[in-house]
Design a protein around this ligand. Structure first.
Ligand SMILES: [Zn+2]
Length: 412
């Protein structure tokens, strides 16, 4: 029996709608990891996978692997995440997992045994919404998880990480065993389809793209310290205004990002003493700089240090940096990128290619196995909100393109 790509793509959209019906309220999707509704979602996925003949295995970090055996043990994995942020969207993560389900269906329904074994993975806690650790399940599988960072950590209600995950059958001290389990699976490639979560594709009139890598990140706090003074009595030129030094730096960061065709964000600002009539003595800002080019990332960070120094000097304040994290840019696998571009071209007429600003489970995988991603456009670039939207026909185009890619990888 021949597989019908159009019907397959429509089934993914149908599954996404079904999922939204029981996991979203008037504020959006509520599939936050380590909550009852998330568990319900995962059970729903498991049941669907088992119904089509897949074997569902849970690893030590709580990731669910739905497996169908191929002619060889060499395996291809397709994955993403079912968890959402609170008041999240219908497609972020879910598109990838439910497309994975369709990949399994494609073989079980046609009775055609794939050349390679296939896994559809539902990664646990990609969003880090409750404990602030993104890509938790996939980082346990890849072996980069720093469990000490999470032990004892409390959520907003004061519930400890270890208590929360234990309720869902995960033993925190054993989570890294997922890495050993991962290595036993003989994975040869990892593929992930995801919504873009930005406006680039829509702005360029495109709907689907190959993703050739993910941006690296330099993330820091910068604390400016000056002198508080009376807002009425102190002449401007004699002030040591910590806020003005921070503000000048923030504007200069923007210029740096424009120069490198990259992005940067000052998302946090706190001022002390935070009083209308007092010149700020202290101002702390966050800085998040991202680009795909490692050299550029380094230079952008160096330039940021220089402008901070200049702004601090100009306003007579001191500046102190503290690192939040550095993530190196991750380029995906060249051969898979070529296949992915080919698949996108066959479906849309153009071999569109771009890189990802956000991190994804695929970035964790890329360090271990040849990996590539595919993006579908996000209307107005919105995500992590109930307004997240991709029209059905674009979703279907992207699923068809992705199925083509899977075909090339599984049978190639
Ligand atoms: Zn996601």
């Amino acid at each position: 029996m021949n597989y019908n790509f159009n019907e397959g793509a429509k089934r993914v959209v149908k599954d996404l709608n079904e999922l939204a019906q029981f996991t979203a309220d008037e504020n959006g999707a509520q599939r936050v990891a380590w909550t009852p509704l998330w568990q319900t979602t995962r059970d729903w996925f498991k049941e669907k996978a088992e119904k089509i003949g897949a074997e569902v295995i849970r690893d030590a970090a709580g990731n669910q692997w739905a497996k169908i055996s191929g002619e060889t043990e060499e395996a291809v994995a397709v994955g993403s995440h079912l968890d959402s942020v609170p008041n999240g969207g219908a497609y972020d993560g879910a598109l990838g997992v439910l497309t994975g389900l369709e990949v399994l269906r494609r073989y079980t329904e046609s009775g055609e045994k794939p050349k390679k074994t296939i896994y559809a993975i539902d990664w646990a806690d990609e969003e880090g919404a409750r404990y602030g650790y993104s890509c938790l399940g996939s980082s346990a599988a890849s072996g980069t998880l720093d469990i000490n960072e999470l032990m004892g950590k409390e959520d907003l209600e004061g519930i400890k990480f270890e208590t929360a995950v234990s309720e869902y059958g995960v033993s925190p001290i054993d989570m890294l065993a997922a890495n050993k389990q991962f290595k036993e699976r003989n994975l040869k490639s990892y593929l992930e389809i995801h919504i873009e979560q930005g406006p680039v594709l829509q702005n360029s009139g495109k709907s689907v793209s190959c993703v050739y890598g993910a941006a690296g990140v330099e993330r820091h706090y910068i604390k400016f310290t000056g002198q508080s003074a009376h807002a009425g009595s102190f002449p401007i030129k004699m002030r040591q205004d910590a806020f003005l030094a921070a503000a000048e730096s923030a504007l200069a960061f923007r210029e740096i990002a424009l120069k490198f065709n990259a992005v940067c964000t000052v998302g946090k600002v706190s001022v002390k003493p935070d009083v209308t009539t007092i010149v700020p003595a202290e101002c702390t800002i966050s800085l998040d700089q991202r680009t795909i080019n490692p050299e550029d990332l380094k230079n952008m960070h160096e330039e940021a240090k220089r402008v901070v120094e200049e702004a601090a000097k100009k306003h007579g304040v001191s500046a102190e940096w503290s690192k939040i994290c550095t993530v190196a840019p991750q380029l995906f696998n060249d051969d898979l990128i070529e296949l992915c571009k080919e698949a996108v071209k066959e479906e849309t007429g153009e071999p569109t290619n771009m890189y990802s600003g956000p991190l994804h489970d695929a970035v964790e995988m890329a360090a271990l196995v040849p990996t590539v991603m595919m993006f579908v456009m996000s209307d107005k670039g919105l995500s992590h909100t109930k307004e997240e939207f991709t029209p059905d026909e674009k979703l279907e185009t992207s699923v068809r393109a992705f199925m083509r890619l899977v075909d090339k990888v599984v049978n190639g």
